[in-house]
Design a protein around this ligand. Structure first.
Ligand SMILES: Cc1ncc(COP(=O)(O)O)c(C=O)c1O
Length: 361
């Protein structure tokens, strides 16, 4: 039996519950209706030739750079944002370096940081999940080499003010600062071009959420051209597959589809937040396509998720995340999906009240 590296043996394993996801999938923050029809049309046009050749990333990177208003040298297309995080860790972290995250947050930051041999320092958000700017600031040391911040954050949906993020980047000039904008389309706030003032700043975007292409695995890492040269050295030249590259221009060309989807999701989010408020269920106002709500104890969250599942709605139990005991995360989709969600929510709340009443002495 081979012996994995020491850090690998201590890595937490992240097993997202992907099996048997039958029903309305409001558990992974995906687009609940799928990608633009133009992407499907492009897929149908692909032939054996397209799959036989190694994928060529650069022409599509030029299209994406145009779309984002930056130079091709300032971005790298990646196999989802996950790969971008991995590449940043591989590029900037030596064993024993410090890497900072805020908890709760997206699980993969910790895993890739640890895998690179870094010491991960977790800074806890306050109970209202506000961005812990001062605490983060105080934890920056000479050894800090990477700081990863999801903005809006997952699973809380909360967002940090741009000035505070820039202040962190300024106070850690020898650390790579990643602002992960996976949910950018749902809030519109971005630091995309701020790397021009702060060359240690990186921004990521994904096509897994608003664009409905999580299965194709497409992300973008944006940063200073000099830094990006270093990151590109670590990356495989074929990291993004030919099918994904062929589809990406079609996805970008259909901005009408994205804008409509975002409008629908924001309406649904307001409806859900109102329903939670009316039912007395605490939640955190969200800037993303999901809402985190506290339905009770850790056990109550598990029961809630199960009751929703029986009604055909999948939502995610986040109880094991730092500070999220008894919390569930609910992804929003357009009106008809919101109708199903809200109907199931009302019934489930009714059930759980009955169940609580029944268990009283
Ligand atoms: C904050 C954040 N970053 C990155 C990802 C992963 O994105 P991708 O599918 O592009 O790897 C997620 C997925 O949930 C996320 O919430």
């Amino acid at each position: 039996m081979l012996r994995p590296r020491e850090v690998v043996r201590t890595l937490p394993s992240y097993h997202p519950p992907l099996a048997g996801r039958d029903g309305l999938r409001l558990d992974f923050n995906e687009n609940t209706v799928g990608c633009s029809p133009r992407v499907l049309e492009r897929l149908r046009q692909l032939g054996p030739e397209d799959l036989a050749r190694y994928p060529e990333r650069e022409p599509v990177e030029t299209i994406v750079a145009d779309f984002l208003g930056i130079e091709p040298a300032e971005l790298l297309l990646t196999n989802g944002v996950d790969e971008a995080i991995h590449l940043l860790c591989q590029t900037y972290l030596e064993a024993g370096d410090e890497a900072l995250i805020i908890v709760p947050t997206y699980s993969m930051y910790r895993i890739y940081m640890m895998a690179a041999g870094a010491e991960v320092i977790s800074v806890a958000a306050s109970t209202d999940f506000h961005f812990p700017s001062e605490e983060l600031h105080h934890r920056i040391t000479q050894r800090t080499r990477l700081i990863a911040i999801a903005n809006p954050n997952n699973p809380t949906g909360t967002i940090a003010p741009p000035d505070e993020l820039l202040r962190i980047a300024r106070s850690a000039p020898t650390a790579a600062v990643l602002v992960d904008e996976a949910y950018f389309e749902f809030c519109g706030q971005t630091l995309l071009t701020k790397f021009r003032e702060l060359p240690n700043l990186f921004v990521t975007r994904t096509f897994s959420k608003a664009y409905g292409m999580a299965g194709l695995r497409l992300g973008v890492l944006v940063g200073d051209a000099g830094q990006m040269r270093a990151v590109r050295r670590v990356s495989s030249p074929y990291n993004v597959n030919a099918v994904a590259l062929a589809c990406l221009p079609a996805a970008l060309a259909d901005q009408g589809n994205i804008q409509q989807y975002v409008r629908d999701v924001l309406q649904a989010r307001t409806r859900l937040e109102r329903a939670l408020e009316a039912s007395g269920i605490p939640f955190w106002p969200s800037s993303a396509n999901f809402v985190l709500a506290r339905v009770g104890s850790t056990q109550a969250a598990a029961v809630f998720v199960e009751h929703m599942r029986r009604r055909g709605i999948l939502v995610r139990d986040r109880s094991s995340d730092h500070g999220c005991e008894g919390c569930v995360r609910i992804t929003l989709g357009p009106r008809d999906h919101a109708d199903c969600l809200l109907a199931a929510l009302q019934e489930t709340i009714g059930d759980l009240h009955v169940a609580q009443g029944a268990s009283r002495p």
